[in-house]
Design a protein around this ligand. Structure first.
Ligand code: FPP
Length: 256
C-alpha cells in the first residue's frame, strides 16, 4: 500500500530505495567552466559534454536503469550568445546522426521532451526521426530534454486541459494530479527517483519541476565533461543510503 494513499504519480512503491533507480534525471552542468579552465572556447566543453553523455547512457543502460532524462538545452538557454546556441543545436544534430544507430542497436528508446513549436524544422525532424526509429525498443528510455523548461511544460499541459474543459470534453472536477500528469511531456514515465546535478551547483533550474516532487537530489562536484562511470556509481551509492519517506513516516522518523 502506498504511503501517499490516493496520490497517483507514484501509485505503489517501497520506501526502501531500490538498488538501481528506475528513473534518473541529470542536469549536465559545468561544460563552460571545464572549457574556460583550459583556455578553450565554451563549445569545447559542450563537445566533451557529449562524450560524457555517451559514457553515461551506456553505463546507465548496463546497470539496468529504465529511464534516463538528460537536460540538454533549457528553455532559458536561448539567452546565451547566438554562436553558443548554434553550437548546441549542432551538437544535438551530430549526437543524433552519430549515435542513433548505436542507441537503437542497444534497444534504447529515445524520447524528446520540451517545446517543439519554436525549434527549426531541421531540429524538429531530427527529434521526430530519433523518436520514431526507436519507438519499438524495450530497453532504457533516453528522455532528451531539449528546449525544455518545467514551468513551460506544466503551462502547456494546463492549456490543453483548459481547452478540453472549455470544449466540454473534460469536467472541471475531473482535473486532478493524474490528469495533469497525463498531459505532461513525460506522460507514462514514472517520476525520477534520483536527480543528479554536476559542477557543485545545488539548484533545480526548472528541470522536471512537477516530476521531481519526491526525487532524491545528489549534487556532485565534478564538471559534466569529467563525469564518468565511477562518478555515476558514487551518486548511486549515495542514493542507496537515502531513506525515502514520500511524505510519510518510516520507523518512527518524521518529516517530508
Ligand atoms: C551546462 O553547462 C550544459 C548545457 C547548457 C548543455 C548541456 C549539453 C551537453 C552536455 C552537450 C550537448 C548534448 C546534446 C545532446 C545537445 P554550462 O554551459 O552551463 O556550464 P557552466 O555553468 O560551467 O557555464
Amino acid at each position: 500500500m502506498s504511503v501517499l494513499g490516493g496520490v497517483s504519480a507514484r501509485p505503489d512503491f517501497d520506501t526502501e530505495a531500490p538498488t538501481v533507480p528506475v528513473h534518473i534525471g541529470i542536469i549536465m552542468d559545468g561544460n563552460g567552466r571545464w572549457a574556460e579552465a583550459r583556455g578553450l572556447p565554451r563549445v569545447a566543453g559542450h563537445r566533451k559534454g557529449v562524450d560524457a553523455l555517451r559514457r553515461t547512457v551506456r553505463h546507465a543502460a548496463k546497470l539496468g536503469v529504465r529511464h534516463l532524462t538528460v537536460f540538454s538545452f533549457s528553455s532559458e538557454n536561448w539567452s546565451r550568445p547566438a554562436q553558443e546556441v548554434a553550437s548546441l543545436m549542432g551538437l544535438l544534430r551530430r549526437f543524433i546522426e552519430q549515435d542513433l544507430r548505436e542507441l537503437d542497436q542497444n534497444n534504447i528508446r529515445v524520447r524528446p521532451i520540451g517545446r517543439r513549436d519554436n525549434l527549426s524544422k531541421e531540429i524538429n525532424e531530427l527529434l521526430t526521426h530519433a523518436e520514431e526509429t526507436t519507438r519499438a525498443n524495450t530497453g532504457m528510455t533516453l528522455l532528451v530534454a531539449f528546449n525544455y523548461g518545467g514551468r513551460d511544460e506544466i503551462a502547456r499541459a494546463c492549456r490543453i486541459v483548459a481547452e478540453r474543459v472549455a470544449a466540454g470534453e473534460i469536467a472541471a472536477d475531473a482535473v486532478d494530479e493524474t490528469l495533469i500528469a497525463s498531459y505532461l511531456d513525460t506522460a507514462g514515465i514514472p517520476d525520477p527517483d534520483l536527480i543528479i546535478r554536476t559542477s557543485g551547483e545545488s539548484r533545480l533550474s526548472n528541470f522536471l519541476m512537477w516530476q521531481a516532487a519526491y526525487a532524491e537530489f545528489v549534487f556532485v562536484p565534478e564538471l559534466w565533461p569529467d563525469f564518468d562511470e565511477a562518478a555515476l556509481e558514487a551518486a548511486l551509492s549515495e542514493f542507496r543510503n537515502r531513506n525515502r519517506r514520500f511524505g510519510g513516516v518510516v520507523a518512527g522518523v518524521t518529516g517530508g
